[in-house]
Design a protein around this ligand. Structure first.
Ligand SMILES: [Zn+2]
Length: 420
């Protein structure tokens, strides 16, 4: 894809972008200084409604689909052409910040407004999408809105999900007049999309450390999770000599060290591994642990590298079990595939950054986003902007406003190019 000179002259309205970001942050703002807009809460609904006002003011027609995704659409010269879709989410974790998701939504809106105001002729329609329920905080699964749009999730399974207070998603949607049929109707065909582009905060420290304002994502990492159960024998801690023990926890400790070591050996492509949960029984200071259960999380953008580490961890768990006379049971509780972003879009973003003299970093994303789901239906591109000290899902989340503007501007250049 080659950038045209006409696209280069367009510029976003930074003041308007920042003002809208600030106004959006007031919806669900708490006395702790955080933003709280849980999926399908009144606050999230208000945020989507606020976006409808902005779309209306900008003269961009919009609709809600069967799960509540808000879709603004700027028609192009060819009404039958597939759409260039820009978007992100406005729901948050319980005590979130004002940038996660919101930056992508406000940037998408600003891009569409700018293109409309400039009267830029474009062949493809341009859509601004506000996805519902990207965060997994409330219902335990993430990217619900983009998953429904691309048909990645089963509506019946979605409706049965319940939050911590026992409220079923099916009941919540029914109160909005939405049923499984609406969810099915919200699914769109890949032929409707020309490309999907998202700007998101990094939520990590890679860009800040590298001193680059733009990250161009090549792939989104996915997780494999193992539940490793080591069964030994609970014995009296005083009366059982060391040589006669079957200590499940000491065996588990060896495995924890192994997970770290095995991942450290994998530099290219990188694999990260975490043992984030551990349960010990009977859990008394004077009893040799008879049971230890570990939750192992292994992530990478390479399915092969991730599988290789998972296989080594399983083999090591069995070796430790045999050496220490522990019974080892391993269950794979999750095995997701990494998502590559489209090389056409990586190349386009790189071209635009070089053209405009913006330092960028080709990188991977450890966090999942709506782009991950959209990648199954169309070419998807993801731009990351720096998070101060890598803090996110936290009221202290911050991104320099120059970086916010730069991300939105790159989105504008790319969208104008793709839609032309
Ligand atoms: Zn997000």
């Amino acid at each position: 894809v080659r950038a045209s000179p006409a696209a280069a002259r367009l510029a976003i309205n930074r003041e308007r972008l920042v003002a809208d970001l600030n106004r959006l942050a007031r919806i669900g703002y708490t006395e702790r200084g955080s933003v709280r807009r849980l999926a399908f809460s009144v606050e999230e609904l208000r945020a989507r409604q606020f976006l409808t006002h902005l779309l209306q003011r900008a003269g961009i027609p919009f609709r809600f689909d069967g799960i509540g995704n808000l879709i603004g659409r700027l028609e192009g010269r060819d009404p039958g052409a597939p759409a260039v879709v820009l978007g992100s989410h406005v729901d948050t974790v319980p005590d979130g910040g004002k940038f996660d998701g919101s930056v992508g939504v406000v940037s998408a809106l600003e891009v569409a407004r700018t293109i409309r105001e400039a009267g830029l002729a474009h062949r493809h329609p341009i859509e601004v999408v506000v996805f519902v329920a990207e965060e997994s905080s409330r219902f335990g699964i993430s990217t619900i809105g983009s998953g429904v749009m691309t048909g990645a999730v089963d509506p019946a399974r979605l409706l049965a999900l319940a939050d911590a207070e026992g409220q079923r998603l099916g009941d919540i949607l029914l109160r909005m007049g939405l049923t499984a049929d609406d969810l099915r109707a919200a699914r769109r065909e890949p032929t409707e999309f020309h490309a999907f582009l998202e700007v998101h905060i990094e939520q990590g420290r890679v860009l800040e450390t590298a001193g680059r304002p733009i990250g161009i994502v090549r792939a989104i990492a996915a997780a494999t999770r193992l539940r490793v159960e080591a069964v030994g024998r609970a014995d009296h801690s005083g009366a059982t000599p060391m040589a006669l023990r079957q200590d499940a926890l000491v065996g588990a400790a060896e495995l924890i060290r192994f997970v770290e070591a095995a991942c450290r050996e994998m530099a290219d492509p990188p694999v990260v591994g975490t043992v984030g949960t551990i349960r010990v029984e009977p859990g008394a200071v004077n009893v040799v642990p008879g049971l230890a259960v570990l939750g192992v999380d292994i992530r990478s953008t390479s399915a092969a590298a991730k599988a290789a580490v998972a296989a080594r961890v399983e083999a090591e768990a069995r070796r430790i079990g045999a050496a220490r006379t522990l019974e080892v049971r391993i269950t794979k509780t999750m095995d997701e595939a990494p998502v590559p972003l489209h090389p056409d879009l990586v190349a386009l973003f790189e071209h635009l950054c070089r053209r405009d003299g913006i330092p960028y970093l080709l990188m991977d994303s450890g966090a999942g986003h709506d782009a991950m789901k959209m990648a199954a239906a169309t070419r998807a591109g993801l731009i990351l902007i720096p998070s101060r000290r890598g803090i996110s899902h936290n009221p202290a989340e911050w991104t320099d406003l120059d970086d916010v503007a730069r991300g939105a501007d790159l989105l504008l250049q790319a969208a104008a190019e793709l839609a032309a």
